[in-house]
Design a binder for this molecule. Structure first.
Ligand SMILES: Nc1ncnc2c1ncn2[C@@H]1O[C@H](COP(=O)(O)OP(=O)(O)O)[C@@H](O)[C@H]1O
Ligand SMILES: O=C(CO)[C@@H](O)[C@H](O)COP(=O)(O)O
Length: 495
């Protein structure tokens, strides 16, 4: 049996998987993002640890015989965030998440200190607030004691792996998304970190995602109920893990992932990157390949915000039922999902959310649908960039929590004008984490073998209605113009 753990932004999932039959059992614990100030987004690493213990207790209580047969453990996790631990391997403060916008000034300083040519060829990505390196620069400037007490930095899933194995370390897929990593050479960009004035000693050893990180310690066995000595592999960032769990490990397959953030992602053997650095090129977890994707910040988060902060609704299904009752294009109500700035395509931390075109005819149904459509328009921005990068998109695999909504899958097919398919396993990032554990311990020869065995797709697919696609095309152009028309106002806005 394999155990895959995904440390998401909205919650933690743990999956027990039989690698022979593909049978899987899941446990989930939801948690929140803490926002102590405007633009701040944090989580306590202890929250993830408690969620992990709760998930493992549930899996063990309900499936004791299976739980005792776990042969290997793998990880997936929310990317970019900054976890800082002291010499005692305890977190010295809350983790600063990928959604955090506090390091805008440090991001600008980064771009002033490092020549743009070096950023393009070494980092291959534009540094952005919420990436670990700008966040760490913020800590260095504003929280000197925490910077001093920080022995090593890491990403969220690395923290839980350290708690299980006692070993500190990170791996290429997450490290490459910190803005401090040499993508081509798959190692920390120490020269660049030095120029930024950061202490290279605070960056942990970095390995490949399928390497063995350690085994479950006696202390962790006592806390979690896991058997002492189970091997644990490094694991990967959730983008790379979910793409493996969706079987997108060859060129030409694209994924539309709607988790808390949203991404249009593909696999590449070459380190192709957008010359204007509007998309991301990071190390993939397998085959020494690359993942290339456009990233939207508040995708699932927009629906979560609408559900919790505006409608006070019971469930996501309630939002989907409302969206189903409004017509395509929501009677000209257009939503810009920039609640925490936006990465692809604008790379603008100051962008903000907008509802445009309100009339007295609009009600909750239109708001629900407009939010789903606005998020999908923002993902179409990435598709258009891919077409320009000569990476044509034919068929799209929908993934993440957003793929649980049939109306949102229909909206994606019609806005993208592409066929949408969905895999049989609901938690694709957990499956990816299990596959990495299986490869790392020799259960699978390679990722292709694992994917052939374990990734299957639902019979029901979503063909685009090309008439709706044409209509959406006009609204999409308006969506783009609304950002352009407000860009200067966003920039002038103080927060
Ligand atoms: N049934 C549903 N209908 C619509 N959206 C959903 C549904 N279930 C989950 N979501 C969306 O998916 C998001 C969570 O996705 P998930 O992939 O679990 O995120 P994460 O990995 O960030 O924790 C929620 O914030 C919500 O927006
Ligand atoms: O910023 C990104 C990817 O670049 C984020 O999407 C994080 O990786 C978190 O993933 P989810 O929790 O949204 O699945």
């Amino acid at each position: 049996m394999l155990l895959g753990i995904d440390v998401g932004t909205s919650g933690l999932k743990a999956m027990l998987l039989n690698p022979e039959t593909g049978m899987s059992i899941l446990a989930y614990r939801e948690y929140d993002v803490t926002m102590p100030k405007t633009g701040f987004a944090e989580q306590s690493p202890d929250l993830w640890w408690k969620a992990l213990i709760a998930c493992l207790n549930e899996l063990r209580a309900k499936n004791t015989a299976i739980f005792e047969k776990i042969d290997a453990i793998g990880f997936s996790g929310q990317m970019h965030g900054l976890v800082m631990v002291g010499k005692n391997k305890e977190a010295v403060t809350n983790a600063i998440l990928w959604l955090d916008q506090r390091s805008e000034r440090q991001t600008r300083a980064f771009q002033e200190k490092i020549p743009s040519e070096e950023i393009a060829t070494v980092i291959q990505n534009r540094p952005f607030p919420g990436f670990a390196v700008p966040s760490f620069m913020w800590i260095q400037e504003n929280e000197k004691d925490i910077y001093r007490d920080c022995y090593k930095i890491m990403q969220p899933k690395d923290y839980l792996r350290m708690k299980l194995t006692g070993a500190i370390g990170t791996e290429v897929s997450d490290a490459s998304a910190t803005a401090g990593f040499d993508i081509k050479n798959r190692k920390w960009a120490f020269d660049l970190l030095d120029k930024l004035g950061l202490d290279p000693e605070k960056f942990p050893d970095c390995r490949e995602s399928v390497d063995l990180a350690g085994v479950i310690t006696a202390e962790a066995a006592k806390a979690t109920g896991l058997r002492k000595g189970i091997p644990v592999v490094f694991g990967a960032g959730d983008q790379q893990a979910q793409s493996i769990g969706n079987g997108a490990v060859c060129e030409g397959l694209f994924i539309s992932n709607i988790g808390t953030g949203g991404q249009i992602a593909t696999y590449s053997e070459k380190d192709i990157y957008d010359k204007k650095l509007r998309t991301h090129t990071f190390c993939h977890a397998v085959n020494k390949a690359y993942t290339i994707y456009g990233a939207a910040l508040c995708s699932g988060m927009s629906i979560k915000w609408l559900k919790n902060n505006v409608f006070d609704a019971e469930s996501y299904d309630e939002i989907s039922a409302l969206a189903q009752q409004a017509p395509p294009c929501s009677e000209e109500l257009i939503y810009l999902p920039y609640l925490a700035g936006e990465r692809t395509p604008h790379m603008d931390p100051k962008a903000r959310g907008i509802f445009f075109g309100l009339t007295m005819r609009h009600d909750k149904r239109h708001f629900a649908r407009a939010v789903m459509e606005g998020v999908t328009f923002s993902l179409r921005d990435s598709l258009e960039l891919f077409e320009k990068m000569n990476l044509p998109v034919e068929r799209i695999i929908a993934s993440g929590g957003g793929a649980n909504s049939k109306i949102w899958l229909r909206i994606q097919a019609d806005i993208f004008g592409k066929e949408i398919v969905v895999s049989d396993v609901r938690e694709q990032a957990c499956l990816g984490a299990c596959i990495l554990a299986g490869i790392g311990t020799g259960m699978f020869g390679d990722v292709q073998e694992a994917v052939r065995k374990l990734v299957t797709f639902k019979k029901e697919t979503y063909e685009p209605d090309m008439k709706a696609h044409e209509r959406y095309g006009l609204t999409y152009r308006q969506f783009q113009k609304i950002y352009d028309a407000n860009k200067e106002l966003f920039a002038a806005n103080g927060h």
